[in-house]
Design a protein around this ligand. Structure first.
Ligand code: WQD
Length: 326
């Protein structure tokens, strides 16, 4: 299939591009390189530098390439920042997505795979969280993802575009074959922060609370390896092509890992100590968030293969080592 990947130079985007290429798809990336990296581009995929906030650029790209499928991962994703600068998230995530959607229907795109998020659920009312869980986002970032899912439902009804909204849990790790090593700029997520503390790029890890109702008191999350996420995108296209039906599905592992579990795994992989300090809880953080991924298994035949914590941490550590900053 001809597939356009919007945001394909980013962290999850580049892993998705690699997976789609490996499966024989023809892929072209559209990215403004604001957080994506040239280092993450592949020679066997096309690349157009452009901005989703310039409708004529995304229109020209899609009209010229005429893809059957499209993956949209061009979004800002810092939940905390979305609460202090909602306008930035409205413009990029909402307006940008509508620009893509309008250009996609005009260019005859049939299948739209959207990078959604577990942040659409908000504070978990039960666990593990399945797709029937109420969607009451706790942050504006999560709301933008939910709103885009709503636009996709309408465009399915009115324009016949079929979509898969993939609700990612905590994406982590780097390509198991070492083909992608671009490090995220200014990371705020736990695992890259742990890596920066290990390498001396930052003084220490701040652990946001150790008095949660969890086994060791620190926050528990469902970490999913980015190669598994990438496979989920490929399987979503297969599903859309075979069934011609839209779907919303979780991508997670149904395993809870605490902040201190991550610290221990990082110390084991690197042979170094992680300097850390316990501080106040971070506002808006649930104690635990774990996915029920059974729908992905039933409908897509998708099951995580690389998401054990050792693989997640080892591949991340290797990416840091390969950048020569240790
Ligand atoms: C994980 C755990 C923190 C940093 C966010 C988004 C979510 C999704 C994934 C995209 C928590 C603790 C973290 C630190 C810490 N993104 N932590 N010190 O908050 O689960 O989810 O990223 O869709 O939408 O909200 O991920 O990596 O920030 O935190 O103690 O410096 O690590 O409190 O328990 P989170 P995270």
């Amino acid at each position: 299939m001809k597939i356009a990947v919007i945001g394909g130079a980013g962290y999850i985007g580049s892993h998705t591009v690699r997976e789609l290429l490996d499966r024989g798809h023809e892929v072209k990336v559209f990215d403004n390189l604001s957080s994506g990296l040239e280092q993450n581009l592949f020679k066997d995929a096309g690349f157009v530098k452009g901005d989703i906030l310039h409708p004529e650029e995304i229109e020209a790209f899609l009209q010229e390439f005429k893809p059957e499928g499209l993956v949209h991962l061009a979004a800002f994703k810092a939940a905390g920042e979305s609460m202090t600068n909602p306008e930035k998230y409205s413009v990029n995530n909402i307006t940008g997505s509508l620009n893509i959607l309008n250009a996609a229907t005009a260019a005859g795109v049939k299948y739209f795979v959207f990078s959604s998020s577990a942040a659409t659920y908000g504070a978990p009312q039960y666990m593990p969280v399945d797709e029937k869980h109420p969607t009451e986002p706790e942050n504006y970032y999560g709301y933008t993802k939910l709103a885009i899912e709503g636009f996709l439902k309408w465009y399915d009804k009115l324009r016949g575009i079929k979509f898969a909204a993939l609700r990612y849990f905590n994406a982590a790790g780097y390509d198991v074959k070492g083909r992608i090593t671009g490090l995220e700029k200014n990371p705020a997520n736990l695992i890259p922060v742990v890596m920066e503390a290990l390498t001396g790029r930052r003084k220490e890890l701040l652990v946001f609370g150790n008095d949660y109702d969890t086994p060791d008191g620190t926050g528990v999350r469902d970490y999913i390896h980015v190669n598994d996420l990438a496979i989920g995108h490929a399987k979503a296209f297969e599903y859309l092509q075979q069934k011609n039906e839209s779907l919303i599905v979780n991508l997670g592992v149904q395993r809870g890992t605490s902040v201190l579990d991550i610290v221990k795994a990082a110390e084991k992989a690197s042979g170094k100590k992680v300097p850390y300090r316990i501080v106040e809880r971070r506002p808006g953080d649930p104690a635990s968030l774990v996915a029920d991924p059974s729908k992905a298994f039933e409908l897509l035949g998708w099951k995580a293969q690389y998401s054990d914590i050792d693989t997640i941490i080892k591949t991340t550590w290797k990416a840091y080592l390969s950048n020569g900053i240790v």
